[in-house]
Design a protein around this ligand. Structure first.
Ligand code: BJW
Ligand code: ZN
Length: 270
């Protein structure tokens, strides 16, 4: 840690890629691994356009379940440490694969959401994007405050058992069904976010990969692009991943602990 912080102090440009592991300590399940969402649910039945077209009600129920969980969760020390880090380097970009919005809630501003945001909406026919406010207007059940206040019993009754297909949100432009504002398998990532992410990976001095299994493309190629361009590559993850062997530093511990320690030491030495 000491050697690493000494190097980090010299960095002018830092990029951080985050994944579900960063939000695990806020009580939000990761995708893969022993308690991961994909162990209980089949991704092809839920996180693809095909699934949505086959059974939109089933897909929306799953998303509303996750939205309620996220609405009641709070950012953890890892999110807060990353928000602090953006103030400590002249150039900084947080590239998150997370759709939970917890980085923003922790105060991060220099960030791109590669896989979208679960509280926003997207029409899969005409592509119209719906902001959180706009989605709440056409689909009041997706409102964060509404979901947060629902008890488990009420959620079961109103959403899991009670939601009807005719209640699902329809696009104001083309009338098709609007889905959650996330990127499903086989869909392209938001162009602007992706080009900023590639640029940040190509031009940084230090690249962090935090709490991601580094399996899903194209996000998983960012650490390797950074490394190839000469950046110091750092991984924070209790488990090994396919990029581990390319890393210059690896911290095998929960991200909240490691990131808090890094920020503490950076501040002490500045
Ligand atoms: C901790 C911790 C703690 C625990 N502290 N750490 C090239 C090659 C092969 C395949 C492809 C390719 N290009 C595209 C593909 C297909 C596909 C893909 O990558 N498939 C792979 C699985 C092989 N990619 C796509 O389809 C992408 N689209 C695309 O590329 O379009 C163009 C194209 C289309 C078709 C063909 C070719 C090109 C889109 C990917 C969209 C991903 N969407 C999801 C769902 C989002 C919506 C939702 O939330 O429901 O995004 S999938 C899911 O995985 C989610 C995540 O953002 C993403 C990454 O997961 P993440 O964050 O890494 O989580 P986990 O659970 O995997 O890992 C958690 C980690 O945390 C673990 O390592 C733990 O150890 C660790 N951890 N506690 C720190 N306390
Ligand atoms: Zn539309």
């Amino acid at each position: 840690m000491k050697d690493f912080v000494e190097l980090l102090l010299k960095a002018k440009s830092v990029s951080i890629l985050t994944g579900a592991g960063v939000s695990a300590e806020s009580g939000i399940p990761t995708f893969r691994g022993k308690d991961g969402l994909w162990n209980k649910y089949d991704p092809t039945e839920l996180a693809t356009l095909y699934a949505f077209e086959e059974d939109p009600l089933r897909v929306w129920k799953w998303y509303l379940w996750r939205m309620r969980l996220i609405a009641s969760a709070r950012p953890n020390a890892g999110h807060r440490a990353i928000a602090e880090m953006e103030k400590l380097f002249p150039k900084f970009l947080l590239i998150t694969q997370n759709v939970d919005g917890l980085h923003k809630r922790a105060g991060s501003r220099k960030l791109v959401e590669l896989h979208g945001n679960i509280f926003e909406g997207k029409c899969r026919s005409c592509g119209k994007h719906y902001s959180e406010e706009e989605l709440s207007r056409i689909f009041p059940l997706a409102d964060k405050n509404y979901l947060r206040e629902l008890s488990e019993e009420e959620f079961k009754e109103r959403i899991l058992n009670g939601l009807k297909e005719r209640e699902l949100p329809e696009c104001l432009i083309c009338g098709s069904l609007v889905g959650p504002g996330v990127v499903w398998f086989g869909e392209s990532l938001p162009e602007n976010a992706l080009s900023q992410a590639f640029k940040a990976a190509e031009n940084c001095d230090v690249f962090f990969s935090v709490g991601t299994s580094a399996l899903v493309q194209p996000a998983a190629s960012l650490p390797l692009i950074a490394k190839r361009q000469g950046a110091i590559l750092v991984e924070i993850n209790p488990e090994e991943t396919p990029i581990s062997s390319y890393c210059d530093f690896t911290f095998r511990a929960p991200s909240s602990e490691v990131l808090s320690e890094i920020v503490l030491r950076l501040k002490e030495q500045r």
